[in-house]
Ligand binder design. Structure first.
Ligand code: MSP
Length: 537
């Protein structure tokens, strides 16, 4: 089976982790967990995140804090790691661009491109957006009144000696690749955006910055053979996806299955990065440089209807996220972010009212209530043990079969919310089945009509098996809560089996009759919509 290698952007270390960074990394975590579930094994699944540390801003911030750039990067990279650990993200590696294992290989790649002529020396004059560490085209600069489209600060006119990457040469090949591979850039709205721009033509891009007496210019990887120039931070950063796995043990992981990114950095990933890989391949000096299979650009989170900005002070920062996790549980936060986030084309609003609505509907009144109703009835009528019953046709079994077929398809399209929602569909089917079959009413008739006990057993068996199967689809977003349910119900999925086998209703992994099903406390307490948002002063 082909490996599943998923990456997140590597984050600038001068920022503090916030909802944006946590969201992208969480989505990658959910995708990796889905991949493990669908394959039935963690072998060949690799999830990479990390930090982008050679930005000029690192030197300035470090100086402001009276520490060396490396010490500043160390300290902040550790904050990102802690944030992602807190979010329960099980990344397999955390790459930092200041690590020798990265730097050494970047130098090798640049050397190869110099040799093949795809990197050449020239001079560059252009509009520079210092906040984004990027040059803006004349058209884009004019369009925004020569101010940054991102933070509104004036752009700076700069001229510098420079190395260029021959991007223009790859326009045709890129177009051909995008046309032949409609899912290379996703979602479709992003693909159209890239195609539209690509058709307008490509200019060669600068890939170096000069080194001067200014300490900020001395931070970064030097151009091989020319220590007066250093590699532009974006080029250095993009290579992380390859440097991390360009080792004898890991090279079979390439090409990446998904580069998950935010829409703001689409051009770098959908055009510049693939062109660099094409050039490397042509240079024939690196072994495995096929193009990534998919670049997926999600939208942005906004907060209570407004764009998040430092000036508005409305950033959903890590403290706010921790406050949500503290009140509603980490898995509830993960669920909200993963299912309500801007994964499709449009931005999503982090709104407290919406959080509570989704929490109550999907979790407290959804899987939580369904699991406790079923375990309560099993406790009451069957001594807490799953009753013996034959798996026959039922609306619950049908819902499980539909969900098992749909979930892998959704996950393959990177519709993670759609994959997770299969669990909710099954929960709904169980709740509907309980309402239709009225097991409590039936139980009251058993004294007079003992033969009805078999019917009750079948109903409760179907419900319990439905809850078990629902939990499988919910687990990539809520590993802790579903782990808790599996512990209580003695139904942890057996290792080494894939979703198709595990989710078979009444199949070999079913809730075997006689299995003890413990009631326990509510998995999710109901939330009071009138209570104010957590973590807000
Ligand atoms: N260092 C570059 C990426 C280099 S990748 C080779 C960078 N870093 S960043 O720290 O600014 O992080 C950018 C990423 O954070 C975005 O692409 C997106 O994934 C995430 N987000 C930042 N703010 C966001 C929101 N408000 N909403 C959702 N995600 C956003 O760019």
């Amino acid at each position: 089976m082909a490996p599943y290698y998923i990456t997140t952007p590597i984050y600038y270390v001068n920022d503090r982790p916030h909802i944006g960074h946590c969201y992208t990394t969480l989505l990658a975590d959910v995708a990796a967990r889905f991949a493990i579930l669908i394959r039935g094994s963690a072998d060949g699944v690799f999830f990479l995140t990390g930090t982008d540390e050679h930005a000029d801003k690192v030197v300035t911030s470090a100086a402001e804090h009276g520490v060396s750039p490396q010490a500043w990067a160390d300290q902040n990279a550790a904050e990102f790691r802690k944030a992602f650990d807190f979010m329960g993200c099980g990344y397999n590696d955390f790459i930092r661009t200041t690590e020798p294992r990265h730097k050494e290989k970047v130098v090798r790649y640049i050397e190869a491109l110099q040799k093949s002529g795809d990197i050449y020396q020239g001079e560059y004059t252009g509009w520079y957006d210092a906040g984004q560490e990027e040059y803006v085209t004349e058209t884009a600069a004019k369009e925004h009144g020569y101010k940054s489209a991102i933070n509104g600060k004036p752009l700076i006119k700069r001229t510098e000696p420079c190395y260029f990457f021959r991007l223009s040469k790859y326009q045709g090949e890129l177009l051909k690749h995008m046309e032949a591979n409609p899912t290379f850039v996703q979602p479709d709205s992003r693909r159209s955006e890239v195609l539209g721009r690509l058709k307008q033509g490509l200019n060669d891009v600068p890939v170096s910055r000069p080194v001067t007496d200014d300490p900020a210019t001395q931070w970064g990887i030097r151009i091989p053979g020319d220590p007066k120039n250093r590699i532009y931070v974006w080029i250095d950063a993009l290579f992380n996806y390859l440097t991390t796995v360009d080792t004898p043990e890991r090279k079979q992981l390439w090409p990446a299955s998904v580069h998950l990114i935010g829409k703001d950095i689409l051009w770098f990933h959908a055009v510049i990065w693939p062109a660099l890989l094409m050039a490397l391949k042509r240079g024939d000096s690196i072994e495995r440089v096929d193009l990534p299979r998919m670049v997926f650009g999600h939208g942005w989170w906004i907060s209570e209807g407004q764009k998040m900005s430092k000036s508005l002070g409305n950033f959903i920062d890590l403290e706010r996220l921790k406050a949500y996790a503290g009140r509603y549980s980490l898995d509830a936060l993960r669920w909200y972010l993963a299912t309500q986030g801007p994964i499709g084309g449009v931005d999503a609003d982090f709104s407290h009212a919406k959080f509570v609505e989704v929490y109550n509907a999907d979790l407290a009144n959804g899987i939580g209530n369904c699991a406790s109703r079923v375990s309560n009835m099993i406790a009451k009528y069957f001594d807490g043990k799953v009753p013996a019953a034959e798996a026959g046709a039922s609306s619950v079994a049908e819902a499980c079969a539909r969900a098992a077929a749909a979930a892998p398809a959704r996950a393959a399209e990177f519709d993670l919310a759609g994959g997770l929602h299969q669990g909710i569909e099954v929960v709904r089917a169980v709740a509907g089945y309980i309402n239709a079959t009225e097991p409590c009413k039936l139980a009251r008739k058993i004294d007079a009509e003992p033969a009805l006990k078999g019917q009750l057993a079948t109903i409760l068996y179907n419900c319990a098996e439905g809850v078990r199967i629902a939990s499988l689809f919910l687990a990539p977003a809520m590993p802790q809560k579903m782990g808790e349910l599996w512990k209580r119900w003695n139904c942890a999925p057996a290792a080494g089996f894939h979703l198709g086998e595990l989710a078979k209703f009444g199949g070999p992994h079913r809730l075997a009759p006689g299995t003890a099903v413990e009631k326990g406390d509510a998995l999710f307490m109901r939330a009071d919509a009138a209570e104010s948002a957590p973590g807000k002063s």
